[in-house]
Design a protein around this ligand. Sequence first.
Ligand SMILES: [Zn+2]
Length: 71
Amino acid sequence: MSDDRPVRGRCPLCGKPRQQAFRPFCSRRCADLDLARWIGGNYRIAGQVAYDGDGDPAAGHDRDEGPGGAS
Ligand SMILES: [Zn+2]
């Protein structure tokens, strides 16, 4: 099995010789990176917390419903 020998051409990301198994990239890492970049056009990178910054996460605790509730 010699599927991992370099093939003609270079990785478009880092310029290293491509690997047959990952073409047109040189490695799994570059393939993943390209995918992440592609997805990054529409979504945030997975692993990052997507915070829209719509306020304090602790908000919502300001309700003060006492036990009893007279009147
Ligand atoms: Zn590469």
